[in-house]
Design a protein around this ligand. Structure first.
Ligand SMILES: Cc1cc2nc3c(=O)[nH]c(=O)nc-3n(C[C@H](O)[C@H](O)[C@H](O)COP(=O)(O)OP(=O)(O)OC[C@H]3O[C@@H](n4cnc5c(N)ncnc54)[C@H](O)[C@@H]3O)c2cc1C
Length: 309
């Protein structure tokens, strides 16, 4: 119930106005988002890379409503990639892109515009020696996002995508994506989805996550195990051993600010550990999705809200 309420609030503009008056530097926001500027996120990535972790950086900007906003997002990614290259970080830091932020939802032109924009970012990423992963959003966009992936991979086969274990279709998607060179990030899924398309019970989501992990680990691709769940991490390790995978033929991924000690432990044990770091002014929807996963953070959040007024 609380999770659904928070996910609905993630789309409420009234609450958004109230919450976004909080400075990004305030406790709960800063825990998940290192800042609004490129310099903030590059500094955060440099810190993680210095202690053996990798990064994937997301410029926060969903629900892009016009071409100018989409263009501004592309410009931000191009500037970010240049900054990463200038700091010598591009080999260890890639970027994650939401197609909705670069125009996917615009009427009629959306699919073509977001593909072209994604192509520009992917080309710039290749030029500095790094890669792009397409984030996955709500289920109404899954087919379009996978179609965009297919198109992009014709020129940039290093491009990766995300699949969400809570969707009933995802085990089949994993089968279709488990081929050589295919980078697939498996997560549980963060949106409020109807039962017709998604498992509602978290045990069913976990069971689906394990089935998808098996398909990806047994396959020829490069699995990216995106979870903070200690059980899923243990199972991923066991499956990697069972299927004879060497360290470096798959990786773990977690979000910035969550289970930092476990991130360090995995990196220190020789595993590839990548941290997803979001930045930018549009942090509201992202923050609400994180709170929905961890309602115990709500008290902390409400306290930050009251004390910042
Ligand atoms: C790298 C990465 C990329 C992602 N990309 C996408 C995407 O493109 N699309 C999408 O829909 N979702 C994405 N997600 C989010 C994902 O779908 C889940 O919503 C999120 O990861 C929480 O699920 P979990 O697997 O960690 O398991 P959960 O069952 O939510 O949590 C398992 C355990 O992890 C710990 N934990 C989880 N969340 C928190 C928290 N906020 N604070 C503290 N501890 C916590 C707790 O110990 C908890 O018991 C991504 C996640 C990661 C890590």
């Amino acid at each position: 119930m609380l999770r659904q309420a928070l996910l609905l609030l993630a789309r409420s503009s009234g609450v958004k106005d109230l919450v976004t008056r909080m400075p990004v530097g305030s406790g709960i926001v800063n825990r998940y988002v290192p800042g609004e500027r490129i310099a903030d996120v590059v500094a955060a990535a440099a810190g993680l890379i210095a202690d053996g972790r990798l990064a994937t950086i997301d410029f926060l900007g969903e629900d892009t409503l016009d071409e100018d906003q989409a263009e501004a997002t592309v410009t931000a990614y191009l500037a970010l990639l240049e900054a990463l290259a200038a700091e010598g970080l591009a080999r260890s830091a890639e970027v994650s892109v939401k197609l909705s932020a670069i125009g996917q939802a615009l009427p009629e032109i959306g699919p073509k515009l977001s593909l072209e924009n994604a192509r520009r970012i992917t080309k710039a990423a290749r030029a500095v020696g790094t890669t792009v992963t397409l984030d996955m959003e709500d289920h109404t966009t899954t087919d379009q996002t996978l179609e965009t992936l297919r198109e992009l991979r014709k020129d940039y086969p290093e491009t990766g995508a995300v699949v969400q274990a809570y969707l009933r279709r995802t085990e089949d998607d994993c089968r279709a994506l488990a081929f050589e060179g295919s980078r697939v990030r498996l997560c549980k899924g963060a949106y409020n989805e109807p039962e017709t398309v998604a498992f509602a019970d978290r045990h069913d989501v976990d069971r689906s996550y394990v089935r998808c992990l098996k398909v990806l680990m047994a396959g020829e691709g490069y699995p990216m195990v995106a979870t903070h769940d200690p059980r899923m991490i243990r199972i991923a390790g066991a499956l990697a051993t069972r299927y004879g995978r060497s360290a470096g033929s798959y990786e773990y991924q977690m979000l910035y600010g969550i289970r930092g000690d476990e991130q360090k432990r995995l990196a220190a044990s020789g595993e590839r550990m990548r941290v997803y770091i979001p930045f930018g002014e549009e942090w509201y929807g992202y923050l609400m999705r994180r709170l929905a996963e961890r309602p115990s953070n709500l008290t902390f959040f409400l306290r930050s809200l009251v004390s910042s007024r």
